[in-house]
Design a protein around this ligand. Structure first.
Ligand SMILES: [Zn+2]
Length: 516
């Protein structure tokens, strides 16, 4: 290798333009000249020894570009221009202004169908059109980590300011919905980060103005707003910390609706949760908590939903009838874990409770992805729904739990000609990915890792609640799931122990006559 080094240093010396002490040219030139015969070869050797710096091509907008000087392919850099001297003072770079052209989407026609349905269709939490607005996206789930709260220049003021902005954006979302004939929305549980946290929790009174404005707008337009607290909200958990945390979460949702001035139709939907080895004992714990620990305000808004893993409509109806708790019937969940009773019979029984309590009935609709075969694949929600259920009552509210959010609602509007749509607000449907896909881990315990922000409400208890949620297998798409759940259930090799709990639990479910 020694000769090589010698050769390059020789050429460095030849090309050195200052600063270094050059070797005497006469002594080295013959050697160097003997080694290279073409400029290219010299270039190769020079590269080895020189401090290279790429020539910066400035694409700044200037006269020459306007004149079409860059019409050809962008200039391939004169790559290895040698610059050994001190760099010249940097030219001020100007960036080319992006010309934003309106995107024209190609929206294919839909196969039209007929329905007698006259209720409202809604979507959950996020509007994909408003979220994509630049530079100031409109959405209601700005959040942060506890680490950020602890930073001296952030603190709780910063945390609460995010909540205030979220609440402010809720009005813009409602306005957009009105303009697009959507009058039903699930409010994000993440609206006020850490508001129900044991240590960092806070009252929402400071955002009274923004919440009232959103509520006033919703009432003015006749929109229904509901919520679906996270799946760690398990009132039947055997762990007191989980139950306490769940109650705090429900109080937070209640305060939100109270400050918005919304009536009894603004309900909070939860699942029964895990089985914890004994379904009946869990139901009994739930009943006890419902009777003895919940405020009237919470009881007025709390409703249960059948899930696809542990508690179907048959399991929940007796509890709901006994405690006068309305039941949200989820068609997709019932398809995976069906009740014995036929749907029309169930719906009649379910609606009786809604009416008794003076609340407008509400149900959930989503469809599995095409090609789903295993239970876990079937749990994944498709981007859109292709049809309304045949047994759908004419008048009730139907939450469309599809990934394309408002687009899924507008899609159904077009299929059934329910409302006129604004063409510019339509987006094309993405082609569906076939199974098996990266959406499911080896146990199919979750869907694709979604870019979600940390939720972090009542962390310690939430972690327990999360474990319960994982144990119950209830980690689904439409409840905003704290990041911890994502990590725990999608963790691949570094999967924590709790997942093995989930496996055990599945066995328990089998024993319990569950769907697996
Ligand atoms: Zn649902």
């Amino acid at each position: 290798m020694a000769p090589k080094r010698k050769r390059t240093s020789t050429l460095s010396a030849i090309t050195d333009s200052g600063g270094h002490e050059p070797s005497p040219p006469l002594a080295v030139l013959p050697t160097g000249m003997a080694l290279v015969s073409t400029p290219e070869e010299a270039g190769v050797l020079i590269r080895r020894s020189s401090t290279r710096r790429k020539k910066v091509v400035d694409y700044a907008e200037d006269k020459s570009q306007e004149d079409g000087a860059l019409d050809g392919p962008l200039t391939e850099l004169e790559e290895d221009e040698l610059v050994d001297e001190e760099p010249a003072p940097k030219k001020k770079r100007r960036t080319r202004k992006k010309v934003v052209e309106p995107v024209i989407y190609d929206i294919p026609p839909v196969d039209t169908k007929e329905t007698s349905f006259k209720g409202r269709l809604g979507y959950a939490c996020l509007n994909t059109v408003l979220r994509a607005v630049k530079p100031d996206p409109v959405f209601c789930s700005r959040t942060l980590r506890i680490d950020t709260i602890l930073k001296p220049d952030h603190g709780m003021d910063y945390c609460k300011e995010l909540g205030r902005k979220n609440a402010e954006d809720l009005s813009r979302l409602i306005q957009w919905n009105e303009e697009n004939s959507i009058r039903f929305l699930r409010v994000s549980s993440e609206m006020f980060p850490f508001a129900s946290h044991q240590e960092y929790g806070y009252s929402l009174d400071y955002a009274e103005k923004e919440l009232k404005a959103a509520g006033d707008l919703a009432r003015k337009y006749g929109h229904r707003l509901t919520s679906h607290p996270g799946q760690f909200t398990q009132l039947g958990s055997p762990r007191d910390a989980v139950v306490t945390s769940a109650i705090r979460e429900l109080e937070y949702h209640c305060q939100m609706f109270r400050l918005m001035g919304l009536d009894q139709d603004s309900i909070m939907i939860i699942h029964m949760g895990g089985v914890f080895g004994d379904k009946q004992a869990t139901i009994e714990r739930f009943k006890e908590t419902y009777r003895t620990r919940l405020t009237d305000d919470i009881r007025a808004r709390l409703v249960l939903e059948n899930d696809e893993m542990c508690y179907n409509a048959d399991d929940l109806l007796p509890v709901c009838e006994e405690l006068n708790i309305p039941l949200v019937f989820d068609y997709h969940h019932n398809w995976i874990y069906p009740s014995v009773k036929p749907i029309p019979e169930l719906i009649a029984q379910i609606n009786a409770i809604w009416h008794r309590k003076g609340i407008k009935p509400k149900q959930h609709l989503s469809e599995p992805c095409p090609g789903a075969e295993t239970v876990m694949e079937k749990r994944k929600h498709a981007d859109r729904c292709k049809a309304l259920p045949p047994d759908l009552p004419d008048d009730m509210d139907l939450m469309i739990e599809a990934k394309d959010k408002e687009q899924a609602v507008l899609h159904l509007y077009r299929i059934y000609d329910l409302h006129p749509v604004i063409h510019e607000n339509l987006r094309p449907e993405k082609p569906s990915k076939p199974f098996p896909c990266a959406c499911l881990d080896e146990d199919g315990l979750t869907t694709a890792p979604r870019r979600r922000k940390t939720k972090g409400k009542g962390k310690a208890a939430v972690d327990d609640g999360v474990a319960d949620a994982v144990e119950s297998g209830l980690v689904d798409e439409d409840v905003e799931t704290p990041k911890t759940v994502q990590v725990m259930v999608s963790g691949g090799k570094s999967r924590p122990k709790s997942t093995s709990k989930a496996r055990t639990s599945k066995k328990d479910q089998k024993k319990d006559g569950g769907p697996l």
